[in-house]
Write a protein of this length. Structure first.
Length: 689
């Protein structure tokens, strides 16, 4: 414990004199919090618990004396040498860079292989302390970490130096750690350094965060999460604190029929506020799932599910960290969507699976590049008017009619080498219903043909995550961003009830204004304008065959459905519009929907708990339907089932008590070079291959 004599001695030390006056109280406070013996210079023969303990001892003395010790050489479990941070004289310069940046005198352009000058803190200081794990003497069998001075004086540089000049010493101060926590909040909110510094002056006691350190704060893990060894506990706590729900897929280790350990394989998590929005906007409509990388240091891909709101805004629905984009991972993901969002139509036989058109074209072109097709074969020759395989593939994918599909497929196949023509037939023809526009325009995909809708969220996700974050810190950043999104979207829907679209037929749309989103009104207005133009030209609307995609693709009425209102002069009723476009609308469960001029009764959806209570109540009703001995036997069977239920609950509680260990980090992705004959020189990762 330090005394007043220690404080007086510190104030009279040379280090106190070189420290800036406004930082002296902070330096003195931190020194008085340390062990008094550690403020003095270590001695030869001093005993330590470990080699790391020796380094802490040296830097505690270094903070008081005005220097910094770093590891010069270390042999695990044997010895270590610690030197002053200014120990060496020159860098190794293994890349052979020029000593300084050289520029041309006329243009000022850099002509040296060194692009940027940097300062060097190497002064050849000989101060060194050696610690080794050995016996105290020949008669003592117990080994200890014993240190000695190799050279006990500083050479080649000024001594002492203010300890606040060293980042290691600054980060060891409690006040500086608290300042970093506050600054991290400012940085996360997007506050500029100039504005944040004004606020941080009120928090700090003379300490200042440098501009570079401030902007790098978002690249660093929060200290409380990074220092927590049980990262899975930190992950679940971070999600629970933010009101997020989650489900885990674990790998269990069983010994003698008993689960003894569990390891996390995949986690699915979502914001509770997302459930009603997802039910309204993605049920019986489009749900896009895509993966993104570099969001956590375990290198786990992040699956992101998004939908489209009634204002055509991309809405993040759910997230999942998974070891790979495998069928098993997607199966778990969609199972969670069904159970947590009460979906009845996700990944069912009646659902349509659609593939991104961009990925389809890229996969075909990459296959061609790997099978000896040249760049001229793929890109064609504009001067000669020859279409390349790239254009033929695009025509094949974007065939709008089935006649065009047959023509474009045949043309693409005959353009390939005879031995390669099986590629289209065997790999893509059977999957045409998943990517060819002639098929997908009939799906309720709200005009989505590629995964750019989901990939647009990657930029926002990477603003709050990066590849050096722990999985707990990464999930916390995503959770904060997602929660703010739904708070904003709730306010937007309330505000949109007071908005009115301009330049529309006020009489025709008076029942839709304020009750249907402005985006839906704009799409219906296009059909209304087309209807008035055709009617003005004398077209017989009722006799025209309806080949419109508005019903199937957009869940909105086409001009054929608007004819009755146009002919009779009545306003367009809200029942012509799918409930997903209604403001503060309900969830429409039935798959089949068609525009009508009748009112729609709002459905009352029972949650999962209501279904469970209904099942239990049904069992009681069945029991009342028996008499005498039959009732007694039925009651015995119910009691037996209740006993099994208690056993299941007990097993689940016991399994929940087993801690979940963190998964192993995925191996580094291996970059594979593309062939020179391809269009770009981009590298493909092993996961993409």
């Amino acid at each position: 414990m330090t005394t007043s004599n220690t404080a007086l001695r510190l104030q009279q030390s040379p280090t106190y004199a070189v420290i800036a006056p406004h930082l002296r109280s902070t330096w003195l406070k931190h020194c008085l919090q340390q062990e008094e013996a550690w403020l003095d210079m270590p001695t030869t023969g001093e005993v330590f618990k470990t080699a790391e303990d020796c380094l802490r001892r040296l830097n505690t003395y270094g903070f008081a004396a005005g220097c910094l010790f770093v590891t010069f050489r270390s042999v695990k479990g044997v010895s270590a040498t610690y030197k002053c941070s200014h120990h060496s004289q020159t860098t190794a310069n293994k890349r052979g860079l020029n000593p300084r940046v050289l520029r041309a005198t006329d243009s000022g352009k850099v002509i040296s292989n060194r692009q940027r000058d940097r300062n060097d803190a190497r002064y050849g200081c000989e101060l060194a302390y050696f610690v080794s794990f050995r016996k105290m003497n020949r008669h003592d069998n117990e080994k200890r970490w014993i240190g000695r001075w190799v050279h006990d004086t500083h050479t080649g540089h000024q001594f002492p130096i203010s300890p606040f000049a060293y980042g290691v010493h600054r980060q060891s101060i409690d006040d500086y750690k608290a300042l970093l926590t506050v600054a991290r909040d400012y940085r996360t909110q997007g506050l500029a350094y100039s504005d944040a510094r004004k606020l941080l002056k009120e928090e700090a006691t003379g300490l200042v965060i440098k501009k570079r350190d401030y902007y790098n704060l978002v690249r660093l893990c929060p200290q409380d999460i990074k220092d927590n060894e049980d990262t899975i506990t930190a992950l679940l706590r971070a999600l629970e604190d933010r009101g997020f729900k989650y489900r885990l897929r674990t790998e269990e280790t069983i010994e003698d029929g008993i689960v003894v350990a569990r390891k996390l394989v995949q986690i699915f998590f979502y914001c509770e506020q997302a459930v009603p929005f997802a039910q309204r906007f993605t049920s019986n409509a489009v749900l896009i799932v895509d993966g993104t990388f570099r969001t956590n240091k375990l290198k786990f891909p992040l699956l992101v599910a998004v939908g489209k709101t009634n204002t055509n805004r991309t809405m993040p629905v759910a997230f999942s960290y998974t070891p790979s984009e495998s069928a098993e991972s997607f199966t778990f993901f969609f199972d969670c969507m069904r159970t947590e969002f009460y979906y009845d139509c996700v990944c069912e036989p009646a659902s349509k699976l659609q593939i991104c058109t961009w990925h389809v074209q890229t996969a075909m072109i990459r296959w061609l590049g790997d099978h000896q097709y040249t760049r001229e074969d793929i890109d064609g020759d504009e001067h000669k008017g020859l279409a390349g395989l790239r254009q033929l593939i695009k025509n094949y994918v974007y065939s709008y009619t089935f006649d065009e599909l047959e023509t474009n497929r045949t043309l693409l196949i005959i353009s390939l080498q005879p031995e390669d023509r099986h590629y289209i037939v065997d790999n893509w023809q059977m999957k045409e219903s998943r990517f060819v526009v002639a098929y997908t325009k009939q799906y309720t995909n709200l005009g989505c043909r590629a995964s750019q809708t989901a990939e647009s969220q990657n930029r926002l996700i990477h603003q709050v995550t990066h590849g050096h974050m722990s999985i707990a810190a990464s999930a916390a950043g995503i959770a904060d961003w997602n929660r703010d999104f739904y708070n904003e979207m709730t306010e937007e829907e309330h505000c949109s009830m007071t908005e009115k679209a301009v330049r529309i037929d006020r009489h025709a749309f008076k029942l839709l204004t304020g009750t249907v989103s402005s985006y839906a009104i704009s799409l219906i207005d296009e059909q209304w304008t087309k209807l008035k133009r055709l009617a003005g030209d004398g077209e017989n609307i009722e006799s025209r065959p309806c080949r419109c995609v508005m019903r199937q693709q957009w869940l909105l009425p086409c001009y054929h459905d608007l004819w009755k209102a146009y002919e009779t002069g009545i306003p367009l009723p809200r029942s012509l519009v799918h409930p997903r476009y209604w403001l503060a609308g309900h969830v429409h469960r039935p798959r089949e929907w068609a525009p009508s001029y009748e009112s729609i009764t709002q459905l009352i959806i029972s949650p999962k708990r209501a279904r469970l209570e209904s099942a239990l109540q049904k069992l009681v009703q069945l029991r009342d339907g028996f008499d005498g001995e039959e009732r007694s036997r039925f009651e015995q069977q119910l009691l037996a089932l209740a006993g099994k239920g208690e056993t299941i609950a007990s097993n689940r509680r016991a399994m929940a008590a087993i801690p979940i260990s963190a998964p192993e980090a995925l191996p580094n992705r291996r970059a594979i070079g593309r062939r020179e004959a391809t269009r770009t020189g981009r590298l493909l990762t092993a996961l993409e291959q």
